[in-house]
Ligand binder design. Structure first.
Ligand SMILES: *[C@@H]1O[C@H](CO)[C@@H](O)[C@H](O)[C@H]1NC(C)=O
Ligand SMILES: *[C@@H]1O[C@H](CO)[C@@H](O)[C@H](O)[C@H]1NC(C)=O
Ligand SMILES: *[C@@H]1O[C@H](CO)[C@@H](O)[C@H](O)[C@H]1NC(C)=O
Ligand SMILES: *[C@@H]1O[C@H](CO)[C@@H](O)[C@H](O)[C@H]1NC(C)=O
Ligand SMILES: *[C@@H]1O[C@H](CO)[C@@H](O)[C@H](O)[C@H]1NC(C)=O
Ligand SMILES: *[C@@H]1O[C@H](CO)[C@@H](O)[C@H](O)[C@H]1NC(C)=O
Ligand SMILES: [Zn+2]
Length: 813
């Protein structure tokens, strides 16, 4: 309902604005005396009013944050930080985790969790509302996966098929883990998968990356009309289905190969969950098969909010038309074994096919197939597609500055009844952050910037709740939103993992440096000290996408991730449960508490410091590195021999490259047999230098802005007596000016027409990789043009990016 949103858009000009817009009345055709009197009286009045207004209001921004409280706030920044460090509790986080994981909360299926969340926030003093969209999603009805073998024809010549394996498609009920035995648990299925009933021979397609499929085509493996079995991992699952569909395959089976679990495997003698930390053999990864890199959100309403009654678009470019099904490795074994002896083996391909095959010890040879025509798989998938409400919970803490807003979010919906890691470790953490801010409010804190808190619904299907919300409030967000802070899986291990816009890097470092690490062996060290300090670029896969890539709002996504030594995280499985979290993920919920402290401090810095703590120079430096990356990629494409030696890239980066790009050596050898790069490519290479030049210009402005900002931060810490109101006013206006520049810097990199073939994505610097989905591509327009060897288009993107850089530089002046 529209009225629910009013507090959000009622962005009234606050009184502070009056100071800004006030102009003394212009005297017209008056006598000199009258004019003098008017001016004198006017001036006195203005003086009195200004002194009053300024000392009351500009106080917010211009009073020292550290030695005494500002303006309307009764507590200062240091006190706020202390509250945010002291309040979060492991016991409370555990309590919230227990609540959220008690029952199913699939998108649009659990209104009571939304209401509970809203009530909790309100009990902590946060004004909250439930925000509803009508979205197109699917719920599972029925499924079947069976392996069939043809028998010798019976007397009437009719084909007879014997079922040699009937997949269970369920996860075992474990006595130790009550969540696994819930009557109303969520079946195994794929979000946005197509209904269908197909029967065909099967082909093993490795991870199902773009390059894996290229390798298969290169080896003359018949894909058309076949069913793919792909292992999970590497890229977003929906893109595996997308490529299979494009190549004429008729169904996809996705399974979890324990080879990707590092050393924590049954094969290496580690006990499986619940006895030990290795993967439960029956565990199944549910998940969305939306074509995430093309557009997230409700596939029927790209670019606009899914309000009741809005027009709906066809969905074929956004979600699959062939059926797919997720299975466990237990269910995959008979199918993989049926491939034994058919077609080439994985080891006949390159190292990307054998690097983590984990089922040889169970008798799998990893043959590619296809299986002969008399050995087929029947894949039946029935989904109920509906347009149904989903519920975001939105909380608001009003700040004193009317047009500077921080949004903080976490999704609430899960694929399973539990979801103790994804997403409800984040939800538990988020609640602790909100409870802490509630404490501060009670003690008289008032933030400078408005804080909007969001518990998103429908993230799992394709970032639906957050995307629709951003699409609805785009004009307001474009004007006011300074930053978006996301936590999805708050905790699933002990390794801090973060992706963020470069503008935010510095404040993430300083927030983590102020929080003690819970690691017992590193007493006295901060989260920052024990962190590898790597911040990756924004890709997709969580709710920051619409903010960063569509609205141009600098975003951060942060959480404690697992590493190779951690217990295997049962992603999107029934075993991502409270029991798993308590026993393996975060015993004692200590990392939950730490995460709440980190998140709280990030939000505190963004909302409570007079000068927005952004790093414009960091942004320009990062842009320079991204241009270097594009140049490396181009060099590799033009002279394939140098690719591996010239580029210092680790395994993961190489994997991404393989997944997202065409095999660069095939690229240049196939298309121009003469080895000489085409002139257009060389011209493009030269024009990339223009970007470096433009960046030099931007860097000058950025350094100046950062310097001015740190000067102002210093000045604002000095005490200015109330009667020096003119100094205060000046300082106030200078800070507002700097903050406005910071606020709009990221927005400069939006391009209204959007990326090629996926116009929903507006950011010229950041987007999910076209063929990776989760991981980020930088300068996607350039990178994709190189992949498709479209040098004219590459040139076009240089122009677009160059003009954006100069534009940004002019705005910073
Ligand atoms: C926050 O500000 C909005 C807009 O000015 C106003 O409508 C709303 O009532 C305020 N909320 C609180 C809790 O003060
Ligand atoms: C909604 O979530 C609550 C809390 O997790 C749970 O107890 C309840 O069973 C769920 N309701 C439905 C209808 O699934
Ligand atoms: C799927 O199709 C096959 C024929 O190809 C048919 O025998 C079977 O009954 C169908 N399954 C379902 C569940 O409709
Ligand atoms: C694939 O088939 C084509 C055409 O039939 C043939 O020229 C080529 O040698 C085959 N390649 C492989 C790897 O078998
Ligand atoms: C604690 O930190 C040390 C040093 O960084 C590291 O070697 C160790 O694995 C960590 N322990 C845990 C439980 O995270
Ligand atoms: C690219 O393809 C060529 C020829 O098919 C192959 O030799 C090379 O290993 C591939 N490169 C990568 C990185 O996969
Ligand atoms: Zn999630």
């Amino acid at each position: 309902m529209a009225s629910e949103h009013e507090p959000l858009i009622a962005n009234k000009a606050g009184v502070t604005r009056l100071v800004y817009e006030y102009r003394p009345p212009r005297p017209q055709s008056q006598s000199l005396v009258r004019r003098f009197c008017t001016i004198a009286l006017g001036s006195t009045l203005i003086w009195i009013v200004l002194t009053f207004v300024v000392s009351m209001l500009s106080d917010d921004l211009t009073t020292s944050q550290h030695d005494r409280p500002h303006g309307k706030s009764k507590i200062n920044h240091d006190q706020l930080k202390q509250i945010l460090l002291d309040t979060p509790s492991s016991q409370k986080a555990e309590e919230w985790s227990r609540y959220y994981t008690a029952g199913p909360h699939l998108a649009g299926k659990n209104l009571s969790q939304a209401v509970w969340t809203k009530d909790k926030w309100e009990s902590w003093g946060i004004n909250s509302l439930i925000n509803t969209y009508d979205v197109y999603i699917n719920y599972p009805v029925d499924h079947r996966l069976a392996l069939l073998q043809r028998q010798d024809g019976d007397e009437d010549g009719k084909e007879a098929w014997e079922v040699t394996y009937e997949a269970s498609l369920t996860e075992d009920v474990l006595e130790e883990d009550p969540t696994s035995g819930l009557e109303d648990g969520v079946p195994t299925f794929h979000g946005y998968s197509a209904s269908g009933n197909v029967t065909a021979p099967v082909v093993y397609v490795n991870y199902g990356t773009y390059q894996d499929f290229e390798d298969l085509l290169g080896a003359n493996i018949t894909l058309k009309g076949k069913i793919a079995i792909a292992r999970y991992g590497g890229i977003f699952r929906g893109l595996k289905v997308k490529r299979a569909q494009e190549l004429g395959m008729i169904g996809v089976i996705l399974y979890s190969d324990p080879g990707d679990d590092g050393d924590v495997t049954d094969e290496k003698g580690v006990a499986a969950y619940p006895e030990g930390p290795a993967r439960q053999p029956s565990s199944v990864q549910r998940g969305s098969t939306q074509f995430l890199s093309v557009a997230p959100g409700d596939p029927t309403t790209p670019g606009y909010p899914s309000k009741p009654g809005v027009p709906r678009q066809p969905v074929h470019t956004a979600i699959p038309s062939i059926p797919s099904i997720p299975i466990s490795y237990t269910d995959a074994l008979p199918i993989l074994k049926a491939l034994n002896g058919h077609g080439p083996k994985a080891e006949d391909f390159n190292q990307w096919w054998t690097r983590s095959t984990g089922l040889q010890y169970k008798g799998v040879h990893y043959n590619i197939g296809p299986t002969p025509d008399d050995v087929v798989v029947n894949l039946y998938n029935e989904q109920d597609y509906v347009t149904t409400p989903l519920w975001n919970v939105i909380g608001i803490i009003n700040g004193t500055i009317p047009d500077e807003v921080i949004v903080v979010g976490n999704h609430r919906d899960a694929w399973v009844a539990g979801g103790a890691g994804d997403p409800n470790s984040g939800s538990a953490v988020f609640n602790e952050v909100i409870r802490s801010f509630g404490q501060a409010l009670e003690l008289g804190w008032k933030p400078l910037r408005t804080i909007v808190l969001a518990s998103w619904d429908g993230e799992e299907y394709g970032l639906v709740g957050s995307t629709e919300w951003v699409e609805e409030y785009l004009p307001w967000l474009s004007n006011a939103n300074v930053a978006y802070v996301n936590t999805d899986v708050g905790v699933r291990g002990k390794r801090l993992s973060c992706s963020a816009a470069p503008l935010l890097h510095d404040l993430i470092y300083s927030a983590t440096a102020a929080v003690a690490s819970p690691n017992q062996t590193t007493e006295g060290q901060s989260v920052y000290d024990v962190w590898d300090k790597r911040i990756s670029t924004m890709g997709s896969g969580s709710d920051f996408t619409a903010f960063q890539d569509f609205a141009g709002i600098p975003s951060v996504d942060i959480g404690f991730n697992s590493d190779r030594e951690s217990a295997v995280y049962h992603y999107h499985s029934n075993y991502d449960s409270f029991h798993w979290m308590e026993k393996y993920g975060d015993p004692g919920f200590v990392y939950h508490r730490t995460m709440a402290q980190v998140l709280g401090l990030i939000v505190a810095q963004l909302s409570d410091l007079p000068v927005i703590p952004f790093g414009a120079e960091d942004y320009t430096n990062a842009l320079g590195e991204y241009v270097n990356k594009v140049e490396d990629k181009l060099d590799a494409a033009l002279s394939p021999q140098t690719i591996l030696s010239a580029m210092e890239i680790d395994n993961e980066a190489m994997f991404d490259m393989r997944a997202s790009h065409r095999n660069t050596s095939t690229l240049s050898t196939n298309s121009h047999s003469d080895k000489h790069p085409p002139a257009a490519a060389l011209k493009f290479k030269t024009s990339l230098k223009r970007l470096h030049k433009a960046l030099q210009d931007l860097k000058e402005q950025a350094v100046e802005l950062d310097t001015r900002a740190s000067d102002l931060s210093r000045t604002v810490k000095e005490h200015i007596p109330w009667w020096k109101w003119l100094t205060k006013l000046k300082l106030y206006r200078q800070i507002r000016k700097v903050n406005t520049k910071y606020k709009f810097l990221e927005r400069s990199f939006l391009y209204e027409e959007g990326l090629d073939g996926r116009s929903w994505f507006k950011h010229v610097v950041f987007a999910p990789g076209l063929w990776t989905g989760y991981s980020g591509a930088v300068f996607p327009g350039l990178v994709e043009s190189i992949d498709s060897e479209d040098w004219t288009n590459a040139q076009r993107w240089v122009d677009i990016i160059e003009s954006r850089i100069y534009n940004a530089a002019r705005k910073l002046e």
